[in-house]
Design a protein around this ligand. Structure first.
Ligand code: ADP
Length: 550
């Protein structure tokens, strides 16, 4: 901008200067011409007196080289000329100054020479006898004058040009300086040219807009970073060379990776390698890997940047629970098949023996009893499987109601009375008026299973105590027995499906191995905690802590 301003100012100054020179030359030239005419007129007056007095004789011995004197008859014929013979001169009738002098007594005119280098000034006066006396002189023409002054003009122009450039530099620097010093961060605080106010106002508005957008972007960026950093899954992006561009906290925790690491540096699993390679080929792929007994599922997919660079996005999820649930389901199916097969084989075998007449009539009641018992076991098993799958579905929340635990304990005791009396086992209930929010049949089933086990795994004439009390923030339900107890090593497993400490005893007593699994599922459904305390030959206490109704 400064350069442009300097050029513009210099141009204007040079043009103005040249124009001034031309104008001054013009004015001066005009002035000197008028001066010349004035001189001519004076000379004319002096010569006129002589001519009027002496006639043609006046010219004899007259030596004036500066001027040319011509005396012309009223018909235009030249009587005398100081520079040429009057005989050779043409008629002057048509000369402008002559005509004017004849008409008004005085006339003057100027004419350029053929080469335009000179200009002749004529001054003419009518004498009393009607003839005209003319005095003329030559001077340089404008062009010649300019040409003769070219050198000084050129020097003046050069000096003017240099001065113009210096001046233009100073002026533009002075003009630009405040603009250069404008504080664009706070445009309205600047004290510059008034003409810049609309621009500064606009810049201020733009600044505010940009600031708002920047704040918005920063906020969004923070939110995204927060989400990426705190998401429970690992996220990694790899550049086209397979190096980590970005990894979140979780990914760093899983792989101990960091920016710039090559993808195979932090995980050498083959499935993972193939999945990432596939992603680099443009195909999304998944793999499951196990690190320190935690199962991760990795989703590898391709992302293309604007410049067509392929990068890979890895999403790492902890699927240990899903994997173990799937494993449990597979094992459960295998176990169910096995558990169903055993009683069915016994039933089939016994029925076949009776059908083929192999069994003696006296032995038929024995086999019938066996079929009856195994069928009952089968029924129990199927009922327990149905109960478990209902709990597994987990969509029973709508059935939650307020439950008086004492009522349920009483009803359970009544249901188990026959079984407990057979073995002379007492069932005591110590219960306040504790209430919980729960699904009645499930709570009933849980307490029934605990009490059933407390009787089954008890000694003759043993004791079962059901104790319910409301604590600070929970309701505790304890079922204690004076039975055989459970080995410490077995305690973590007794809630697993089909787990029995003593398989033959459980079968003998009609157990399915699913009772405590149902208790565990029921507790999870009610957000309750289970704890077990047991001592061999002394007894077992299983406590369930329900959340208190607030
Ligand atoms: P089951 O139908 O065999 O009783 P459960 O799931 O109810 O199946 O119990 C799992 C195992 O835990 C039982 O087989 C038994 O060995 C043990 N058990 C459960 N409750 C008691 C208890 N009160 N005393 C001793 N052992 C118990």
């Amino acid at each position: 901008m400064t350069e442009k301003m300097i050029k513009a100012i210099t141009k204007v100054l040079v043009i103005a200067l040249l124009f001034t020179i031309v104008l001054i030359l013009g004015v001066l030239y005009e002035h000197f011409t008028n001066e010349q005419f004035f001189q001519l007129r004076n000379q004319l007056q002096v010569i006129e007196k002589g001519v009027v007095l002496d006639g043609k004789d006046f010219f004899d011995g007259l030596n004036i080289n500066e001027y040319r004197i011509t005396w012309i008859e009223s018909d235009g014929e030249v009587i005398y000329d100081s520079k040429a013979s009057s005989d050779t001169m043409e008629n002057h009738m048509e000369r402008e100054e002559f005509k004017e002098a004849l008409e008004s007594g005085y006339g003057q005119s100027s004419r350029n020479s053929v080469t335009l280098s000179e200009k002749t000034l004529y001054s003419a006066k009518r004498l009393p006898d009607g003839s005209v006396l003319r005095v003329s002189t030559t001077q340089l023409s404008v062009i010649s004058l300019v040409m003769s002054m070219l050198r000084p003009i050129f020097i003046i122009a050069l000096v003017a040009l240099i001065l113009s450039v210096v001046f233009a530099r100073r002026v533009s620097k002075k003009a630009i300086e405040p603009i250069n010093n404008i504080n664009l961060e706070d445009p309205l605080s600047n004290d510059v040219y008034e003409e810049l106010s609309p621009l500064l106002l606009r810049i201020d508005k733009q600044n505010q807009k940009i600031k708002a957008q920047m704040d918005d972007l920063t906020q969004k960026n923070k939110e995204i970073t927060y989400v990426i950093e705190n998401v429970s899954d690992g996220i990694i992006t790899l550049d086209k060379n397979g190096k980590v561009i970005m990894s979140n906290k979780k990914a760093e925790e899983i792989f101990s990776c960091s920016e710039g690491n090559y993808y195979l540096d932090f995980c050498r699993n083959l499935d993972y390698k193939f999945a990432v390679e596939e992603a680099f080929k443009g195909n999304s792929s998944t793999c499951v890997i196990n690190i320190d007994n935690i199962v991760y599922k990795i989703y590898a997919s391709t992302t293309k940047s604007e410049n067509e660079d392929i990068s890979v996005f890895l999403f790492i999820s902890d699927v240990t629970d899903e994997e173990s649930a799937q494993k449990m389901r597979r094992e459960f199916t295998a176990n169910v098949s096995h558990e169903l097969k055993t009683p069915l084989s016994t039933i089939l075998g016994s029925a076949e023996l009776i059908e083929n007449g192999i069994v003696k009539p006296a032995e038929i009641p024995y086999f019938a009893k066996k079929i009856h018992e195994e069928a009952a076991r089968l029924l129990n098993l199927i009922q327990d499987i149905i109960k478990l799958s209902r709990l597994d579905e987990g969509n029973l929340t709508s059935e939650f109601v307020d439950i008086e635990l004492f009522d349920i304990c009483k009803s359970v005791r009544e249901s188990l009375l026959e079984k407990s009396e057979t073995r002379e086992i007492s069932i005591d209930i110590i219960c306040d008026n504790s209430k919980i929010k729960g699904i009645k049949p499930v709570i009933n089933e849980m307490i029934y299973n605990l009490c059933d086990n407390a009787i089954t795994y008890n000694k003759e004439k043993g004791k079962v105590v059901i104790e319910v009390k409301t604590l600070d923030d929970k309701v505790s339900l304890k079922v204690s027995d004076t039975g055989i107890g459970i080995e410490k090593s077995d305690i973590p497993h007794i809630f697993e499906r089909f787990y029995r400490v003593d398989k033959s005893r459980s079968k003998e007593t009609g157990g399915t191995g699913l009772g405590l699994s149902i208790v565990k599922h029921g507790a999870e459904l009610h957000k309750a905690k289970i704890s077990v305390e047991s001592e061999i030959d002394k007894g077992t206490t299983i406590e369930i802590q329900f959340p208190k109704i607030m």
